[in-house]
Write a protein that binds this ligand. Sequence first.
Ligand code: NAD
Length: 418
Amino acid sequence: MGLEDSHLYKDSLHALKQAADIINLDPNIFERLRYPKRAIQVAVPIRLDDGTIQTFQGFRVQHNMSLGPGKGGIRFHPSLGLSETAALAMLMTFKCALVGLPLGGAKGGVQCDPNDLSRQELQALTRRYCLEIAPFIGPDIDIPAPDIGTDAQTMAWFMDTYSQINGHAIPGVVTGKPLVLGGSMGRTSSTGKGVAMCVQFASKKIDLNLCESRVAIHGFGKVAVPAALDLKALGAKIVAIGDITGGYFNPEGIDLDSAISHVKKHRFLKGLANVETISNEDLLELDVDVLIPAAIDGVINAKNANRVKAKIIAEAANGPLTNDATEIVSRNGAFIIPDILCNAGGVIVSYFEWVQGLQHFFWRLDEVNKKLSDILRVSFEQVYENSQKYHINMKQAGVISALQRLEGTCRLRGLFPG
Ligand code: NAD
């Protein structure tokens, strides 16, 4: 598959072109942003528990580093490819620019199903992947973080491997680390917390009373769970949740604590009590006020967009709405919170973790959450203002807000050699 072949890359490029046209972006800046700066593909051979060797495909793409070191998650997922990774790296460039971080856009991962691998095999995979991309990353170059299928333990193995290669501890090579290794308070829940904050901001814009609202969440992982808990605390009723095994619905509200314990015990939501099992497709089309796609990309597309009824669609995942779907749901009056804003809480607190690590001085949880809320509020307003000024949907406005920052930086730094 070529670099530009995935639907996510095509969609991201199309969104960039659309936004560039609206603000008459300098064509030379567009030309630089349409390609990643560096796209690396590596073989990741590991010895499985049965003694055989299996080779996995690994990727790291650095899209644009004009604003600072690359930043972006590591994904372990069976369908990950170079093109999708490149698209996700482009989204990270937009996201970091939009929320005003001194960081560029990157993304990486390994094509594998982590559910099929033992803990030992996952450790071997993480360490070998780290070794293969080590020459291209570092605290001042490119700083990975968790994404789908990876977590704080993955980051700890990654940090240890990178440190072993270099002969001393280098915690700044990753964020999303466990607290004892230099992680930040609040990082684990930051993406979901940011999603809930953005839903709050959006509900004010459309006069939706969150206390009387019904919410459906697609996905029940690191992003979805804290978002669900925070929205419930704000008075919303979480009527549906879902994971790779299906959708689970209760019109009276899902017992989130039971669902969390169930997943801890059984890994998946399948078998959860006091819910009606529905399909993930049905979950996305439920008659709810707020829909939060928090699993994978492309789930709302030209086929089902017309049947989506939610008033607010909060893109907690990266790219859950295709371009076609964005146009359809916007036309139908839905308020979209774009991924590069909605799930930016994670990279914002990753940035805090990086800053705290560099200063060897760590902040309290309330300080982290206050700073997170301040940045997201300002960014949300900026995107909203652009949507009003240009009469466009929030998704287009988000890319415009990012380009407004990137354009100045790229122009001031110029091109080497000139
Ligand atoms: P995760 O691995 O913790 O959870 C993913 C969830 O999605 C799981 O519940 C899984 O069962 C479900 N899922 C996977 N494939 C599915 C499918 N085909 N249909 C339905 N459900 C499916 O991952 P996460 O970290 O929560 O990431 C979720 C999304 O949020 C991704 O798009 C990721 O890129 C994005 N994101 C994550 C972070 C972060 O800090 N973790 C930050 C920004 C964006």
